[in-house]
Design a protein. Sequence first.
Length: 225
Amino acid sequence: MSENAELEERQEGAQGARSRKPKGRGHERRDEILDAAARLFIENGFENVSTRRIAVALGISQTTLYVYFATKDAILEALCERCFMHLVALFDRVASSTDEPVEKLRRLMHGYVEFGLLHSDEYRIAFMLSQHHRADKYKNFSETTELQPQGIQCFLKLQEQVALLGEFGLLRQDPATVAQAIWAAGHGLVALLITMPKFPWIDRADLVDTLIDIQFRGILAGPPE
């Protein structure tokens, strides 16, 4: 931790000691811890935030925080899982909204971009903090989708929708290749929109549609029936 971070933590500690949160709010505390940690991780960097600093920001003791999360890494994991859980629910809603596979994929991409922008802090933490993405998370894709961690479920659900295009004979490449290309494009757009909000972007819906149309020209073997 840097000297500035340590100084800020001491200052926050002095303030937090004077403003301890009253007891009796345990049912809300887990989400409060996650929300406070997300803000601190984004503002200061994951490596510069300690569990003590998170506890101080909430006006609770470190002991209380440890009741819910044993380590800072556990907090990061929970933040990522919460984000992925919301994305899985979004993908499921989109999948049930239409039976037309190309339109389904278009809606999924729009939903993904909108989610990333509406929950930009969650998105940054889940997709843009390297501390979370360990190699051992991605070794076994043979399990059924529902048995996978939430983050892998997100990708596999996207791949399942892409595979539907293959069943109609509409894909130039295999579903895994196409799903990764679509995800890469979607993530790239979300990352740019989050980190460069002052850039003179065109209408967001038009931007997403154009990105999708460019991809469809490359991945579709022929016009959808």
